[in-house]
Design a protein around this ligand. Structure first.
Ligand SMILES: Nc1ncnc2c1ncn2[C@@H]1O[C@H](COP(=O)(O)OP(=O)(O)O)[C@@H](O)[C@H]1O
Ligand SMILES: [Mg+2]
Length: 344
């Protein structure tokens, strides 16, 4: 039997769910014959399809009669990363390049997680650390706007790694950088969202980092659990506003991190109060002091209060994290929180 005869035989085998056979699809790379041994090298990316096709080849009677051994090798190496999810007791280490990984989380949306995450990241970079921020809020990616890189799109380097955007000395990765415009909604099942986040952890050229800050989506769901399973989180910073609805939700987040064994670095109370610019009168719009009380109740560190401030909102919308402003008071809130985190 010659190589060409074998190719003719192999052309009976169709790729699963396709009308084309493996020869016309050029999936057969090399055929070598030696005595009663036949070696066939295939090039098939889909591992499931490889299994089906190699069984089909091995079961061809005409080959079975002629050869005592049929070896089929896939020349395409399966992707090196396993999608075996870690457990919270023994998490995977998908970001070995980061010395510290801090997750910024809350129970609720809109309480200021992204604002706090972005400002901690920039503040650490101002202190001379190598910092990256991963926007893990796949369905509400706000980090590109807050750090002034919205409108940028992804680039790849020669090793096929994604080059993160950089601003204020922080490397930035967000699904918002992969969509054509900021109003493009992502309609992804959570398994797809999680695969994207794992790709951002593994396939982005982060370089060596002192701190990787993860801006979490709200709640206690899939992403939080996955991050606790896939990363050796150094700690979590929790953000809440003072009203009871937010406090209830952040309590659940505290319990979740305790359950999965992630240390809690502390709690930030955002939008704590409002000082009118003209009369300097203080109003506790959402109540006050609940964050500090909650910290005592759960035995966690209180990292500080940030008032509701037009400057904070305007600058965040304009892509300027308040920590880069000249205003010492506003900068001070975030610097203070960062210093407390560093002390931990
Ligand atoms: N202390 C603050 N004062 C005024 N506006 C704030 C403050 N903190 C956050 N914001 C604004 O509130 C909105 C929600 O904040 P964000 O950080 O996106 O919340 P989250 O990430 O928890 O959903 C943003 O527009 C942000 O600029
Ligand atoms: Mg957010």
């Amino acid at each position: 039997m010659s190589n060409n005869e074998i190719k003719v035989i192999l052309s009976e085998i169709k790729y699963p769910n396709l009308e084309k056979n493996i020869i016309e699809l050029s999936l057969v790379d090399e055929i070598t014959l030696k005595d009663n041994i036949l070696n066939i090298e295939l090039q098939i990316v889909n591992t499931e399809a490889f299994e089906i096709l190699s069984n089909a080849i091995k079961n061809l009677d005409i080959l079975k009669q002629r050869f005592s051994t049929i070896n089929i090798i896939n020349k395409v190496q399966p992707p090196k990363k396993s999608m075996n999810y870690g457990s919270t007791q023994n998490p995977n280490n998908r970001a070995p390049y980061a010395k510290n990984i801090i997750a910024v989380s809350s129970g609720k949306g809109g309480v200021g997680k992204s604002t706090v995450a972005a400002n901690i990241a920039v503040s650490l970079a101002q202190d001379g650390f190598k910092v990256g921020i991963l926007d893990a809020d796949v369905y509400g990616p706000n980090i590109p706007r807050m750090l002034g890189v919205d409108g940028e799109s992804l680039q790849w380097n020669d090793q096929d790694k994604i080059i993160p955007s950089i601003n204020f000395g922080v490397k930035i990765m967000s699904v918002g950088l992969t969509t054509p415009s900021s109003d493009t909604p992502l309609v992804w099942r959570s398994s797809v969202a999680i695969s994207a986040l794992i790709q951002f952890l593994e396939d982005v050229e982060w370089g060596e980092l002192d701190y990787l800050i993860i801006d979490m989506p709200p709640g206690t769901g899939d992403v939080q659990l996955t991050m606790a399973q896939e990363l050796r989180l150094t700690c979590a910073v929790l953000v809440t506003t003072p009203q009871m609805a937010a406090i209830d939700d952040v309590s659940r987040a505290i319990m979740m991190f305790k359950d999965v064994g992630v240390p809690i670095c502390g709690l930030v109370e955002n939008m704590s109060y409002f000082i009118t610019p003209d009369t300097k009168q203080r109003y506790d719009i959402f109540g006050s002091g609940t964050g500090a009380k909650l910290s005592v109740a759960y035995g966690i560190n209180f990292l500080g209060e940030i008032p509701l401030s037009m400057d904070i909102r305007e600058n965040c919308d304009g892509g300027k994290p308040p920590v880069v402003l000249k205003d010492d008071i506003i900068r001070g809130y975030y610097k203070d929180i960062t210093n407390k985190i560093l002390k931990r």
